[in-house]
Ligand binder design. Structure first.
Ligand SMILES: [Zn+2]
Length: 391
């Protein structure tokens, strides 16, 4: 059986068709301006209603005359085909329309914009980019074309071009995109670091901070570069900036801060710094770090962790506590504790470590651009608290 015209097509088609006929005069295919609805257009609609989209497209493309309503109908159908994933049909309609000499400037720009979207969807990135680039310089579609260009450059990881298009977008009146531009500089810094150009990577991370002083990622990159270069004190300074930028990222700095503080002989300052943060966030960062230091010095932090967990229960503290508890000598008790540890490990592994504040995705890794909703800087460390059930 032929794929029936499902609701997605019938409803908008009905609207487009009704609108088209209204524009033409509802009693007959005679237009208000006296011109007749072309037989090809009517035949195209007939094929659509009879569930034969290929014939419908062929009929529409044969239409020799196009008034503004017919152009609108072509565009609407093209977009519908693309949204349904039938990009080849969308492309045929939009390409044929773009070749018409009788379109107004606005209609031609819209057609070319839709064509660009088709190319993008079909994976023909170069052709999409070329069209969006042409449209981005002037006209009604300058803003959406620049937005589309940015998306193209992000997909191709052309960060400098994404920066340039972002600046142009702001210049045509869109909201400033400092946050995104800072992320692009961070991407460039990562590329420079991967190419073993630490100096350039550091310069680019600094550039990211100039764009967006709240860019946590830039300080994390800087700290890593400084630590790799053997400058633990500079790395500590960069890491200490993070809580002021975004207190939710504290869990990301504990490990590197501990490492660098040990190297620089600044453990007391480190603990004091984390204690101050704990007062603000209840992240338990200082407790975890203290327990880690106790372990390094051969002291079991069991009692200390139990006390801290009771005061402020969190998944991380529970996990640490369970690992620190001595196995009882009683075999049954020891087996029970081992099972409990394993169960907790499984539950903890299934828990999302991060959360996207924009779409709610719970990834296991820290992404600077959400893989689902494509927002920059929306993924943050997930709340670690164990909230007691109420009622
Ligand atoms: Zn998201």
């Amino acid at each position: 059986m032929v794929d029936s015209l499902s609701v997605w097509l019938v409803l908008p088609l009905g609207i487009a068709l009704g609108w088209y006929m209204r524009g033409r005069g509802s009693e007959s295919p005679q237009a208000a301006d006296g011109s007749a609805a072309t037989p090809e257009t009517l035949a195209g609609m007939n094929h659509l209603v009879n569930d034969d989209p290929d014939q419908a497209v062929a009929s529409l493309l044969r239409a020799t005359e196009l008034d503004s309503h017919a152009v609108e109908l072509h565009l609407t159908l093209g977009v519908l085909f693309r949204k349904r994933g039938e990009v080849d049909r969308a492309l045929r309609i939009h390409e044929a329309l773009a070749e018409r000499g009788q379109l107004s400037t606005d209609q031609m720009e819209r057609t070319r914009f839709e064509l660009g979207q088709d190319y993008l969807k079909a994976g023909m990135i170069d052709r999409a980019e070329e069209l969006f680039e042409q449209l981005s310089h002037r006209g009604l579609y300058a803003t959406p074309a620049l937005e589309a260009l940015i998306s193209v450059h992000e997909q191709s990881r052309e960060w400098r071009r994404a920066i340039e298009a972002s600046r142009r977008l702001t210049a045509v009146g869109a909201q400033p995109r400092q946050l995104q531009i800072a992320q692009y500089y961070c991407e460039l810094a990562d590329q420079a670091k991967a190419a073993k150009d630490a100096g350039e990577a550091q310069r680019l991370a600094q550039r990211a901070l100039e764009e967006d002083a709240g860019c946590v990622r830039a300080n994390l990159i800087l700290a890593r570069l400084q630590e790799d270069a053997g400058d633990a004190r500079a790395a500590i300074r960069s890491l200490r900036e993070v809580p002021d930028q975004d207190i939710r990222f504290v869990p990301e700095i504990v490990e590197p801060l501990l490492r660098c503080s040990q190297t620089a002989g600044q453990i007391d300052e480190f603990l004091e710094f984390l204690r101050d943060i704990d007062d603000e966030t209840s992240t338990s960062a200082s407790v975890i770090a203290q327990a880690r230091l106790m372990r390094d010095n051969g002291v079991n932090p069991q009692s200390y962790l139990a006390e801290s967990f009771t005061a402020s229960p969190s998944w991380t503290l529970l996990d640490q506590l369970m690992q620190a508890v001595d196995l009882p000598t009683d075999e049954t008790m020891a087996a029970a504790l081992t099972s409990l540890r394993d169960a907790l490990k499984t539950a903890s592994a299934g828990r999302a470590r991060y959360r996207c504040t924009s779409c709610g995705l719970g990834p296991g890794l820290l992404f600077w651009q959400c893989p689902s909703c494509k927002q920059w800087g929306s993924v943050i460390p997930a709340d670690d608290k164990l909230v007691p059930a109420k009622g």
